[in-house]
Design a protein around this ligand. Structure first.
Ligand SMILES: [Zn+2]
Length: 283
């Protein structure tokens, strides 16, 4: 199954957002006070050429974030915690067309969570079926969603995604899952932590799993080290999720692809699976 990485610009966050350290939740004041930024990191979305139709996972970012007032002006995170660089031709719509596909041809658009660098490209899919978790949709709605840093004001008019409740049963170490395709080879898994409703997508491609992680962790290393990020509402929930992922990649050959890992594109190209024990004496 062909899977394409689509990079929709770059993002930098505070170093203590990418790696939040231990189980204690970080305050935003501490995050904002951190003077260290990450390098510019890729903002990745994914296109799966599935026999049942094209599947897009996340929509990447929009160049509109540079417009004054686009990012909720009273939400300090956008001024103090986030830097983004996106050109209009880097948005997912033009990139799909360059690959030879039309956004209209996409069968499912799966959203891992509604942070702007994952849902910013929704305007390219006004008539497509959008699939997300019920919790991811609910946590991002309305004024409370805005206060949490989501941008529901930019969702397409009448936005009504298909909401998933993970009713298809166990998937490896995950207690619940949803099968997206009839073939049963594309699974949506609850991976709460970074946000409460976060989901990840697992593609079974012969013997190998391709794990489209969203922001379950910012890098493969942070997943293997079980480090929650610095914005997770409940770091312990994130660590529980990372532990499940560690067990899955130990059980089955898995290509693990976070949305902002600088190595994700190369790992996908090489189908490089996680080697959990390599150089990892502590575990
Ligand atoms: Zn996020």
């Amino acid at each position: 199954m062909r899977i394409h990485a689509i990079q929709t610009g770059t993002v930098a966050v505070k170093a203590s957002q990418a790696d939040g350290g231990g189980h204690r939740r970080r305050s935003f004041a501490r995050l904002f006070a951190d003077r260290r930024w990450t390098d510019p990191l890729p903002i990745l979305a994914w296109l799966i050429e599935h026999p049942e139709g094209l599947i897009v996972v996340d929509t990447g970012e929009t160049a509109r974030t540079a417009e004054p007032g686009y990012l909720t002006p009273w939400q300090p995170y956008f001024r103090l915690g986030l830097r983004e660089w996106v050109r209009p031709d880097e948005e997912i719509g033009p990139q799909l067309r360059r690959l030879g596909f039309a956004p209209d041809d996409v069968r499912w658009v799966v959203i891992t969570h509604f942070h702007t660098d994952h849902a910013g490209g929704l305007a390219h899919f006004p008539d497509n079926e959008i699939v997300t978790s019920r919790r991811a949709f609910q946590e991002a709605r309305g004024l409370v969603g805005k206060a949490r840093g989501f941008l529901p004001q930019h969702w397409p008019a009448g936005f009504a995604p298909t909401l998933v409740d993970f009713a298809s049963g166990v998937f490896g170490p995950f207690p619940a899952s949803t099968r997206l395709t009839q073939a049963g080879d594309v699974h949506l898994l609850p991976t709460p932590g970074h946000t409460g409703g976060h989901l990840s997508v697992v593609v079974e491609d012969d013997e190998t799993l391709v794990f489209l992680a969203g922001d379950a962790s910012y890098t493969q290393r942070l997943m293997l080290d079980g480090r929650a990020d610095g914005v997770a509402p409940k770091p312990s929930q994130s660590i529980e999720t990372l532990t499940r992922i560690q067990r899955l990649v130990a059980e089955r050959p898995t290509v693990y692809l976070p949305s902002h890992d600088p190595r994700s594109v190369a790992r996908l190209a090489a189908r490089e699976t996680v080697a959990p024990l390599a150089g990892d004496v502590a575990r």
